[in-house]
Design a protein around this ligand. Structure first.
Ligand SMILES: Cc1cc2nc3c(=O)[nH]c(=O)nc-3n(C[C@H](O)[C@H](O)[C@H](O)COP(=O)(O)OP(=O)(O)OC[C@H]3O[C@@H](n4cnc5c(N)ncnc54)[C@H](O)[C@@H]3O)c2cc1C
Length: 477
């Protein structure tokens, strides 16, 4: 009898793991178990009344690097090339990003000339922060918060304006709590290897082999900064599901896993609401803290390490305006915590992807709310109403972008515990989990946003890596 692999969680990580398992020359029997009624996890695209696309989760995927290229290869394998909407290097959404500080939008400097010029809100040209960085000694700690790292190397302004905003934009998190080693491993490694972050980034970490395809070559030639799909990013999980079904993978929806227990023969019993599955191996692509509650008593040390990987909530407010115009053209702007504890930033969706504006077209922006404002609200136990988020978002769009009229369409979603937080010492939790799994030879592999990267590319790679480790070899066509 062939091996059975059960994959927990039908977000992009679990879908990618199942995809790569199903393409092995001699694939195991694969069962993908999803707790909700739909696949895709946080990737969700909704159509508005005028046909416009509203992304409730991710809205753009970066093509850069080996992981970006692998995702583009996956897109081609799924036959989605003609659906790709690229943001080319010469487009304003690729070139312009803004910070909202002191009640005004400030363009982030680009290129050498930009670094040499005074660039408010920074008091001096960023060139000086770069020069200072080159002279700083290497840090000695095994980990450090993003804020402390940036302050030590680049100075207090870069730390409290740029890195604070970046942590809010990527992780909806606090730079004074997040780990540089786990959140921005390339910066951490650059310092370790070259003593200077700038030198390390300039000299590069050496070329990682990259897959090749017509789409990847196009992305490189046109210097894409990001891409989406015509019908929204949810087309990706949908195409994966179609592929999995055609390859004989069993996809169970609406079946939350309620427990995992080890059988005498070293197999897993995966308990569902009214039934159970037997598995030779389990790939978990559900959040670490959820998995920690499903593990059997024998795995208590693993459960402890996983339960310490927490996540924060984000409220996503999609707004569409008829006949409105933005004051600037770019990808969007970020807001440092000192400026506003609740508004993380606003993405100018229409600038990057005007093809998704619907007919008649309307200006789409997305306001991301979170940070200490949302954490305090959640902790207070008060009712978090749609109206509260809508009002906060409309105020932000009015004050920060001059969009004072009422939106023609508005969607509000509170994504509870949606972004894992790699806080200081995150690497130790991963190490503890790895050591436990190895020492006890548990047939369990971890994948997903809880561990080594929250971006869609990272999640897809974590699923691929999980499949590789289960198969013991690279899967292929
Ligand atoms: C608002 C927002 C904006 C983002 N923007 C971007 C962006 O622009 N670009 C980018 O690259 N990334 C972005 N991200 C990050 C990225 O989208 C996520 O990190 C990624 O989609 C997570 O995928 P995942 O499969 O690891 O987890 P999830 O999407 O969380 O999937 C886990 C799945 O497991 C299921 N599950 C949970 N418990 C159980 C159980 N007990 N039994 C069975 N199933 C269970 C869940 O229902 C879910 O479907 C964004 C994230 C959010 C929330």
């Amino acid at each position: 009898m062939g091996r059975t692999v059960v994959v927990l969680g039908g977000g992009i990580s679990g879908l990618a793991a199942s995809y790569h398992l199903s393409r092995a020359p001699c694939p195991p029997k694969v069962v993908l178990v999803e707790g909700s009624e739909r696949l895709g996890g946080w990737i969700r695209s909704v159509r508005g009344p005028n046909g416009a696309i509203f992304e409730l989760g991710p809205r753009g995927i970066r093509p850069a690097g080996a992981l970006g290229a692998r995702t583009l290869l996956l897109v081609s394998e799924l036959g989605l090339d003609s659906e790709v909407l690229p943001v080319r290097g010469d487009h304003p959404a690729a070139q312009n990003r803004f910070l909202y500080v002191g009640g005004a939008l400030h363009a982030l400097p680009t290129g050498l000339r930009g670094l040499l010029r005074p660039s408010p809100p920074f008091s001096k040209p960023l060139f000086w922060a770069g020069l200072r960085e080159l002279t700083k000694p290497r840090g000695k700690e095994p980990d450090e918060t993003v804020h402390s790292f940036a302050q030590r190397r680049l100075g207090p302004e870069v730390a409290s304006l740029a890195m604070d905003s970046l942590c809010r934009g990527v992780f909806a998190g606090n730079s004074r709590e997040l780990s540089i080693r786990s959140c921005f491993p390339s910066l951490f490694q650059a310092e370790q290897t070259h003593r200077s972050v700038l030198l390390g980034l300039l000299l590069g970490a050496g070329r990682t082999p990259q897959p090749d395809s017509a789409l990847i070559r196009q992305a490189l030639a046109e210097r894409w900064s990001q891409w989406s799909l015509r019908g929204g990013l949810e087309m990706l999980p949908q195409a994966l599901e179609t592929h999995l079904t055609s390859r004989g993978v069993s996809v169970l929806r609406g079946q939350p896993v309620c427990g995992l227990s080890l059988q005498a023969e070293g197999r897993w019993k995966v308990s569902l609401r009214d039934s159970s599955l037997e598995a030779d191996h389990v790939i978990s692509a559900i959040p670490a803290s959820v998995l920690s509650e499903l593990l059997p008593a024998e795995a208590a040390p693993l459960a402890r390490a996983l339960s310490a990987i927490t996540a924060v909530s984000v409220a996503v407010v999609n707004l569409q305006y008829r006949g409105a115009h933005l004051p600037v053209q770019g990808f969007g702007h970020l807001v440092p915590s000192s400026e506003d504890p609740g508004v993380l930033g606003i993405v100018y969706d229409s600038v990057a992807f005007p093809e998704q504006d619907g007919s008649p077209p309307g200006l789409r922006v997305t306001v991301m709310l979170g940070g200490s404002w949302l954490q305090t609200l959640e902790a207070s136990g008060c009712v978090l109403s749609q109206e509260l988020f809508q009002q906060r978002a409309q105020e932000a769009a009015a004050t920060q972008l001059g969009l004072k009229e009422l939106p023609s369409h508005c969607l509000v979603h509170l994504h509870k515990n949606s972004i894992p937080q790699y806080t200081l010492g995150h690497w130790q939790k991963l190490e503890a989990a790895r050591q436990f799994l190895a020492a006890h030879r548990l047939p369990l592999t971890l994948a997903g946003a809880s561990y080594e990267g929250v971006a869609v590319n990272d999640c897809i790679e974590s699923g691929r890596q999980a499949a590789v480790s289960v198969l013991g070899t690279e899967p292929n066509g």
